[in-house]
Design a protein around this ligand. Structure first.
Ligand code: V47
Length: 386
């Protein structure tokens, strides 16, 4: 059999045929990034037309104390008494939502370290406390790695952990902690937490309970293209089985302040290529997110023409990537997200976590907040001119 080429892969995509590992590798080795982007864009437009989704969310890391020592992590502290270690009291965590209640987030996305010294009730109370403050807030909390840790640490099954968290208000699982599934990479970059198979099993159980979840892949460190492809194919296989994934989010490795700081960060071309290939390989995933914190708002905006249909959200106060040297802002104003999407020629659609439409913008509609930014800029400009 002859090796796949851009032409044969393009033919398969146009015919709606599923890509295999060799097809994906041909795309990783292909120089013509614009053709790959165009193919992915075609798939994206077939699914979503001109729509580009975003949401109003808030990120919270309640503790960075973590028994795992991942080589890529610039955020975790091994022990609670180490300098820089922090664990919020429940009142402090709830306060983060309380102070935003004049313009509340629709979603709270919580990712933490694996803290060995907290009772399980801390996490249940955390969730139920958020719900007390805002009963309709969606709680997208705890990666599969955290859920796996809870099961081991508190001696429960994964299902029991999830059932108790759902009873406390959990709405869905975020996609973090997936990194790269292949054991030869995973054992080198994160040896002391859930394996790839365990990560997938947590999502399998969550899906069986009717929970929606996301999936990520941390790329651009020591893995090869073959490892990335293997990762995507394992996600695709689980999605065939359960249908429970909503979105896939490729995460660009940030090297500052961690055990792989000698490595360069992935380039813009790698970011766009990886995102486009993800769109093409994950033919059973509805959404591909360009996470602007990881890739920068500018690359995320371009990604809306390379296969992405979602920009995540306003986020507000991200810390994991900023610890690793991200130069993206810590949050984006609602109006700024709308502007990024519009100027990419897409139609901004505010969604909730489960992709129900919250607000669709008419072609020339400018959100209130964006007008304020524009007026401020205009005033500053006029002040300079006058
Ligand atoms: O699990 C940690 C990654 C993840 C670094 O589900 C790093 O909607 C790059 O999972 N360089 C957390 N990446 C973020 C995450 C996420 C983000 C956006 C949306 C969703 C979603 C999930 O960040 C971690 C880890 O894989 N990470 N350190 C680093 N130095």
């Amino acid at each position: 059999m002859t090796a796949p080429t851009l032409a044969t892969v393009s033919e398969k995509v146009r015919a709606g045929e599923r890509l295999n590992a060799a097809d994906a590798l041909a795309l990783f080795l292909e120089a013509d990034i614009l053709s790959i982007g165009q193919l992915a864009n075609g798939v994206r437009e077939k699914r979503h037309g001109n729509a580009a989704f975003f949401n109003k969310n808030m990120r919270l890391e309640v503790t960075n104390v973590c028994v795992a020592s991942c080589l890529f992590c610039s955020f975790a502290k091994l022990e609670a008494h180490m300098p820089g270690a922090h664990t919020m009291s429940l009142a402090e965590a709830w306060h983060e939502l309380e102070v935003r209640m004049d313009d509340p987030p629709g979603e709270i996305h919580v990712v933490n370290g694996l803290h060995p010294g907290l009772p399980f009730s801390y996490y249940e109370d955390l969730l139920s406390g958020f719900k007390r403050i805002k009963s309709d807030v969606h709680l997208k909390c705890f990666t599969a790695v955290e859920i796996h840790f809870f099961a081991q640490h508190y001696k429960m099954t994964v299902r029991e952990v999830l059932e108790r968290l759902v009873a406390a208000g959990l709405g869905s699982l975020p996609g973090g902690g997936a990194e790269i599934f292949a054991p030869e990479v995973r054992t080198r970059i994160s040896d002391d937490k859930a394996t790839g198979a365990e990560w997938l099993e947590v999502h399998r159980v969550a899906h069986a309970m009717g929970l929606k979840t996301n999936a990520t892949m941390l790329y651009g460190h020591i893995e090869t293209f073959e490892h990335r492809i293997d990762h995507l194919l394992q996600l695709r296989a689980l999605q065939d089985e359960t249908g429970g994934f909503q979105a896939f989010i490729p995460l660009a490795f940030h090297p500052d302040g961690n055990g792989m700081k000698n490595l360069p960060a992935p380039t813009a071309i790698d970011d766009l290529r990886t995102l486009s290939i993800s769109r093409l390989v994950l033919d059973n995933f509805d959404h591909i997110k360009a996470y602007w914190v990881s890739s920068t708002p500018k690359i995320a905006q371009i990604a809306l023409r390379f296969g992405a249909d979602d920009l995540d959200g306003t986020i507000v106060h991200e810390t994991i990537y900023h610890a690793a040297g991200s130069t993206s802002p810590q949050g984006l104003a609602y109006g700024e997200l709308v502007r990024l999407i519009r100027e990419a020629g897409r139609t901004p659609i505010e969604r909730d976590t489960l992709y129900n439409i919250v607000r669709e913008f008419a072609p020339n509609e400018v959100p209130e907040a964006a007008m304020k930014v524009r007026d401020r800029k205009a005033n500053r400009h006029l002040a300079v001119v006058s």
